[in-house]
Design a protein around this ligand. Structure first.
Ligand SMILES: NC(=O)c1ccc[n+]([C@@H]2O[C@H](COP(=O)([O-])OP(=O)(O)OC[C@H]3O[C@@H](n4cnc5c(N)ncnc54)[C@H](OP(=O)(O)O)[C@@H]3O)[C@@H](O)[C@H]2O)c1
Length: 332
């Protein structure tokens, strides 16, 4: 089969012939119609990710049809249209992932390929209202946004939410999920064009974080925030402490801009703030996210669809933060 293979740090991914995966006990092989990128794929290519191994087929997100199943797997899955849950071996606890936890696409070969092998427990039926391209855009970013907002920050209808860096995959699902829950949502972005697009999706307002007074302007627009979803960290994180309302929850899933140099401890305790870390999600989070998406008829925002042969160009688009929404690879 064909797959986009990464041979080492800093190398471009190249389409190659690789051996076909065979479903072992408890596993399924999915013939992929589409796969989607996450920033994780760029971090791995740049060597900025734990547990690197090469060669590797990148890709955590995919949608397609079940081609074969191994021993012990219900044959009813054969031929079914599915999405792949990339959160593998989460374990029993809702609080945190087990030691055996891994994300599809490193250490195991991922979805930038014609076929992918996953545990059958990680299959989910494709929501009927989504195409394969839209369904492939959903799993990793949707799961991460869902757990962060609902399982961790306990977002309620009527609350005011801030989502930073709205061009990002996790951020955009955060916007769509929070709106569907009945929250009022403000956003930040480094691009005025992306701010306009977010407002068209339902954001109540937003500011460009590249302007020096962005936090003051946001406070003037919105007052304080009950929930803030961030994946950037860095210098801007200190401003989030100021922007949070008393009793607010700041949930973060990434550190794209590095560690915050300037956390004001006194403000955090005086305002009774909760700082919540979150990563991916449990099988229950995934199932709840899929149900939420189907019930609320949420349509993932797809930035671009490129053929699998252009996987390298797709990675560069993501690295340059050129996208608004998910970058998807069409496979067959
Ligand atoms: N813990 C987890 O389970 C988990 C899961 C998924 C992702 N992540 C992490 O979360 C981050 C985002 O991932 P993704 O896949 O959504 O990436 P992505 O689609 O590439 O989004 C990145 C976005 O971050 C925004 N950004 C960059 N610098 C920023 C800054 N200084 N302040 C505010 N926003 C900034 C940009 O938004 P604008 O273009 O609007 O400026 C950019 O589009 C990555 O660090 C990733 O590793 C973690």
């Amino acid at each position: 089969m064909k797959a986009a293979v990464l041979e080492g740090v800093g190398q471009p991914v190249r389409l190659q012939d690789v051996s076909m995966p065979i479903a072992g006990k408890g596993e399924a092989v999915v013939k992929l119609s589409a796969a989607a990128l996450n920033h994780r794929d760029v971090w791995i290519q740049k060597g900025q990710y734990a547990g690197l191994k090469f060669p590797i087929v990148l890709g955590s997100d995919g949608a397609g049809a079940v081609e074969s199943v191994g021993d012990g797997v219900d044959k009813m899955w054969l031929g079914k249209n599915v999405v792949v849950n990339p959160s593998v071996s989460w374990g029993e606890s809702e609080k945190t992932q087990a030691k055996a936890f891994k994300i599809l696409g490193l250490p195991d070969d991922g979805t930038f390929a014609e076929l992918v092998k996953i545990p059958a427990a990680n299959l989910a039926e494709k929501p009927e209202h989504l195409s394969f391209v839209e369904a492939a855009a959903l799993p990793l970013a949707g799961l991460t946004a869902y757990r962060a907002l609902f399982s961790r920050a306990k977002l309620q209808a009527g609350e005011t939410v801030l989502i930073t860096g709205i061009g990002g995959g996790v951020a955009l699902f955060g916007l769509q999920f929070a709106l569907a829950q009945g929250a009022t949502v403000f956003v930040t972005s480094g691009s005025d064009e992306k701010l306009s697009k977010a407002k068209a999706l339902g954001a109540a307002g937003g500011v460009n974080y590249k302007q020096p007074d962005w936090a003051k302007e946001l406070q003037a627009q919105a007052g304080g925030f009950d929930v803030i979803l961030d994946s950037a960290g860095g210098e801007g994180f200190g401003n989030l402490i100021n922007l949070a309302a008393a009793g607010g929850r700041i949930v973060f899933v990434g550190a794209t801009a590095g560690n915050p140099p300037n956390l004001d401890m006194r403000k955090i305790f005086w305002k009774q703030l909760s700082l919540l870390g979150s990563t991916m999600g449990s099988p229950n989070d995934f199932n709840a996210m899929m149900t939420f998406v189907s019930e609320k008829k949420i349509m993932p925002v797809v930035d671009a669809v490129l053929p699998l042969t252009d996987a390298e160009a797709a990675l560069r688009r993501m690295e340059n933060a050129a996208q608004f929404g998910k970058i998807v690879l069409s496979i067959s």
